[in-house]
Design a protein around this ligand. Structure first.
Ligand code: PMP
Length: 306
């Protein structure tokens, strides 16, 4: 089991995991009415540092805006949010890389199916940084489930209730003996994995589905695009057909908890002869260095926490 650290931020104070609880009558529990983000905190010689904290804060605020959760933003500046993350990391005295899960919960009791003007509570806890995909390479299956379209539950809002879609798709993949799924959008275009974005390489161009393909606007995805640009690899954000995965030179998944994971198989078809392709290997190495603050030209992404 993944280790969750005991000191938790909940409802404006530090407490313990056991005491950070929501009522069965709250909207968060009744309707999955919470929005969240998960961001990496890495340990280096200089101490702990958070990766793209500001972007995670912005995405969290945007998720709340999309859903209509309107009581959080005015009370929680980026500075206050950063201080709360710092407090949790400091209290737990970490000696390893961790993931920080920050969630805005709507805690009003039985307000009905609405979102505005309701009381919110922020929770922040940390857990050991265990990858959600096998680091050496993943086997994927096209899901029988489709990604929820923007006009039903928008994927760019990271809302807890919507993750039932990911659970259905991932469990279907596991039941069929795979590591994870490929979710297609309603038109049959490739969208993402259950909790990671996807890239393919064709003729030395790095291709990923665009923002309007019902996907989460992944912060790792953005980092990969920036790294590729900086090292002169051509990129394209466009629709990807499922059959392009079958003939791609390379495929990889990316996300905070997926890091950069090479994809070795899709629907019983080998990808890149089941090897880690050269562009995947290059991006992965650079990404891990950037994440750990080892690339001086990407220091803007790193926030020292201690
Ligand atoms: N898509 C989904 C559905 C996710 O849950 C995640 C993980 N947050 C991602 C993509 C990757 O996003 P990020 O790089 O910001 O972790």
């Amino acid at each position: 089991m993944t280790r969750i650290y005991d000191k938790v931020y909940f409802a404006d104070a530090m407490t313990t995991l056991e005491h950070a609880t929501l009522s069965v009558g709250s909207s968060a529990v009744l309707y999955g009415l919470s929005v969240y983000t998960v961001l990496p905190v890495c340990i280096a010689k200089e101490g702990a540092s958070a990766f793209r904290l500001s972007d995670h804060y912005k995405r969290l605020i945007n998720s709340a805006r999309i859903i209509g959760i309107d009581t959080f933003e005015s009370a929680w500046s980026e500075r206050r949010f950063t201080e709360a993350v710092k407090a949790v990391v400091a209290a737990n005295e970490i000696a390893e890389d961790v993931f920080v899960r920050a969630t805005i919960h709507v805690v009003d009791m039985l307000p009905g199916t609405r979102s505005r003007g309701l009381k919110t509570v922020l929770s922040i806890f940390i857990y050991e940084a265990t990858p959600i995909l096998p680091p050496d390479g993943a086997r994927l299956k096209t899901s029988v489930w489709r990604r929820i379209p923007d006009h039903a539950i928008p994927s760019r809002a990271k809302v807890n209730g919507a993750y039932v879609n990911s659970v259905l798709a991932k469990q279907d993949a596991i039941d069929s003996g795979y590591d994870d799924c490929i979710l297609l959008d309603a038109d049959g275009h490739v969208c993402e994995l259950s909790a990671a974005n996807i890239f393919i390489v064709r003729d030395n161009t790095l291709i990923t589905p665009g923002f309007t393909s019902d996907l989460l606007e992944g912060i790792t995805r953005q980092t990969v695009l920036e790294i590729a640009h900086d090292i002169g690899i051509q990129t394209s954000e466009r629709n990807i057909d499922l059959t392009e995965l079958y003939i791609a030179d390379e495929v990889f998944a990316c996300g905070t908890s997926a890091y950069i994971t090479p994809v070795l198989e899709v629907d019983v078809r080998s990808v890149a002869n089941r090897q880690v392709g050269p562009i995947t290997a290059r991006i992965r190495e650079l990404y891990l260095n950037v994440l750990h603050g080892k690339e001086t030209s990407y220091q803007r992404f790193v926030t020292p926490l201690l």
